[in-house]
Design a protein around this ligand. Sequence first.
Ligand SMILES: NC(=O)c1ccc[n+]([C@@H]2O[C@H](COP(=O)([O-])OP(=O)(O)OC[C@H]3O[C@@H](n4cnc5c(N)ncnc54)[C@H](O)[C@@H]3O)[C@@H](O)[C@H]2O)c1
Ligand SMILES: [Zn+2]
Length: 401
Amino acid sequence: MRTTWNFYSAGQLLFGSGSVRQIGELTQRRQLRRVLVVTDQVLLDVGIVDQVREPLQQAGVEVELFTESCAEPSLQVADAAITAAKSFQPDAIIGLGGGSNMDLAKITAAVCSHGGAPADYFGFDKVPGPVLPLICVPTTAGTGSEVSHAAVLTDEANQIKVSTLSNYLRPALAIVDPLLTLSCPTSVTADSGIDALTHAIEAYTATDFSVLEGTDDGPCAYEGRYPLGDVLAEKAIALVGQHLITAVQEPKNQQAREGMSLAATLAGMAFSNCGVALVHALEYPLGGALHCSHGAGNGLLLPYVMRFNLPERTETFGRIAQLLGEETGGLAPIDAAEKAITAVEKLRQAIGIPARIRDIGGQESQLAGFAQKAFAIKRLLAVNPRRANEADLVSIYRDAL
Ligand SMILES: NC(=O)c1ccc[n+]([C@@H]2O[C@H](COP(=O)([O-])OP(=O)(O)OC[C@H]3O[C@@H](n4cnc5c(N)ncnc54)[C@H](O)[C@@H]3O)[C@@H](O)[C@H]2O)c1
Ligand SMILES: [Zn+2]
């Protein structure tokens, strides 16, 4: 039985509209003089890269761009980023973009600092020590990678997402400027937004820290549910309930963008300490094989996993329903809990996330293979509040087919 818990985040978190203008001064103050910006062509085209490059150059920082990142980057893209970094020899790496670019920046920093190849660091706590300073600037409101210890790549040969988890991958500095998300296309807003909701719900309903397998003296990938995580997750869930549909329907609504950016960062703080669970385990093989975005896969699966977990978290689900704006007064606990599931289903539909695996091209014949891969991700299964065997996973996928 554990009696202690830890909380980690980015070293510094700067939040607010217009905050990206401070990136030059903050970089220079850290005596970082050469930076590699890991980003992509879309962000160059919409002018976001210039919003980072100009203040850096004005502060006398030398900037090199790597613009070959892309959504859900593969191991090959990681190799290209590492080659670019080795040739430029930066003293810091900036991850500018959605989770994809921020994660690529993290992997690049790990390999530049410790050698080897990305695969050497897959899993938990394989990065042997501090890495080049990382500055992360999200342009989506979703992954929370700007504060998290995770970096996800796509292993195309094995058709699965692979993650590296290390507290050395927490950025030294996170700059969350909601104005950078104003240009997000509808589908990116929806997918990344429901990813943030998934992070918050999985952290909020995680196995309690006191009974999660592990010891008090060693580091662990996830700590399980504990009170500080609850505070962060509750606020994140409420913010998603208030702002996600508006952010999708009115992309230039600054208040909705600010709400979603805060939600995503808070959810990142919660899940990267407490954990994510079965939704993420089931999404990794689904996304790897069917090439849906991480957020869309999670959003699709979330209500099905909630239904599986409901018996273990009835009261907490009632609270989630309230946080999402549902009226639960006078209801029996089980009915209040059901409302959390229907609220997520309504939200999913309102923002255009598919509700069935067949809608994204999946077939019955693939489900057993997906379940086998998902069942192997033990650190995620351990965080899930209800124990699941491989047959349970097949049956959840079947419900979702
Ligand atoms: N590290 C973590 O903690 C963590 C957590 C969850 C998910 N992830 C990973 O993050 C990735 C998903 O990240 P994401 O949902 O942020 O999307 P993304 O980074 O994959 O971006 C999706 C697309 O949106 C474009 N885009 C991003 N911001 C834009 C903007 N402001 N204007 C116009 N276009 C924009 C990108 O160029 C890209 O084409 C997945 O690989 C997932 O596995 C990581
Ligand atoms: Zn996620």
